[in-house]
Design a protein around this ligand. Structure first.
Ligand code: PBG
Ligand code: ZN
Length: 331
């Protein structure tokens, strides 16, 4: 079939009114596809704002429940929990404490809002005193020594009621190790969302303030991916799927739309994308100065991520975007 030409074909005909544009719109966002990150610490009545992420806070479980309830009312699909423990050590052992903040929050969410999907981020960087995502040996993160610790953490979250565990550490072989631990522990139904293609990015800064997880020395380039590599990202996704990942994630999202498209096309697996703290902070900061329309930039950034091929999006905008969509958002 030949390509229609001007003047017979005029693409503008279908852009004339909002209703016509809606009729031919190719990509949609539904609140159920959005995942809200929440930072939880011990105590009650605690809400500590994160300076570099306006609207985001570290909260105790009681306060977290309020945010989760607002998310549920807006139709947000899931929450993903990050914990700030009371104590840190070299192996991150507070990560598998059954009374840890994430475990407590998971139990409270299961009781109070059972239909909201509960995802727990699995990593050691919030729990280690050195801030790296695994245990250290000779100045490097020891891959194989880290695996059983991640598995312990994942099993503990599953026992506390996580529907999905989400390893973000980037150790090789961790999906298989976690899958075996979950199955062996009677949690064959707990799903794994793996951060399959997680890049060593400049955009994680505000998150590290929120999660108190900045590495005390060095950086994460020895385990997170090089920003230049697209084919390697597809290999990483395939490896994780072979090891048992139910969903694969690309992170960050906005500067990695090509990666999202490749991973979706090459694997056909459910794909998540993480619009990270720096992406959120950039939009908020520019909007705050009146340099861009924050609401429109928010919706456009999410639409771009969906259009690239992400089935679901982790975003600090989840409640705001869901609310806009519920109020009949049209571009
Ligand atoms: C740590 C982790 C990071 C994020 C999620 N899990 C940061 C890092 O690798 O230092 C980043 C999320 C964000 O920036 O919003 N495993
Ligand atoms: Zn980590």
């Amino acid at each position: 079939m030949s390509m229609p030409q001007y003047p017979e074909y005029r693409p503008r005909r279908l852009r004339r009114t909002a209703a016509l544009r809606a009729l031919v719109r190719e990509t949609h966002i539904d609140p159920s596809q959005l995942i809200l990150p929440l930072f939880v610490r011990s105590g009650s009545g605690v809400r500590r704002a994160i300076a570099s992420m306006p609207g985001v806070a570290q909260s105790s479980t009681d306060e977290l429940l309020r945010d989760a309830e607002r998310a549920t009312r807006a139709g947000v699909g899931a929450v993903i929990l990050f914990g700030i423990p009371d104590a840190k050590d070299a192996t991150g052992s507070s990560a598998w404490d059954a009374r840890g903040p994430v475990q407590q929050a998971l139990r409270a969410l299961a009781r109070e809002l059972p239909d909201l999907v509960r995802i727990a981020d699995v990593c050691l960087c919030e729990y280690t005193d050195h801030g790296h995502c695994g245990v250290m040996r000779d100045g490097h993160v020891d891959n194989d020594a880290t695996l059983p610790l991640l598995a312990r953490c994942a099993l503990s979250f599953a026992e506390a009621g996580a529907d999905i565990v989400a390893p973000s550490d980037m150790m090789d072989g961790r999906v298989r190790t976690i899958r075996e631990a979950l199955d062996g522990g009677g949690h064959a139904d707990t799903a794994i969302l793996s951060y399959a293609a997680k890049f060593a990015s400049a955009l994680y800064g505000p998150f590290r303030e929120a999660a108190e997880s900045t590495p005390q020395s060095g950086d994460r380039r020895g385990y997170q991916m090089d920003a230049a590599n697209a084919r390697e990202a597809v290999r990483e996704a395939r490896l994780d799927i072979d090891e048992g990942a139910d969903i694969v994630m690309v992170k960050p999202a906005g500067l990695y739309l090509d990666i999202i498209a490749h991973v979706k096309r090459e694997t056909g697996h459910p794909v998540a994308a993480y619009q990270v703290s720096g992406e959120y902070a950039m939009i908020q900061a520019a909007a705050d100065r009146g340099w861009i329309d924050g609401d429109r930039a928010m919706m456009e950034s999410l639409l771009g991520i969906r259009r690239a091929g992400a089935d679901m999006i982790v975003t600090y905008f989840a409640i705001a975007a869901a609310t806009r969509l519920n109020n009949g958002y049209v571009e």
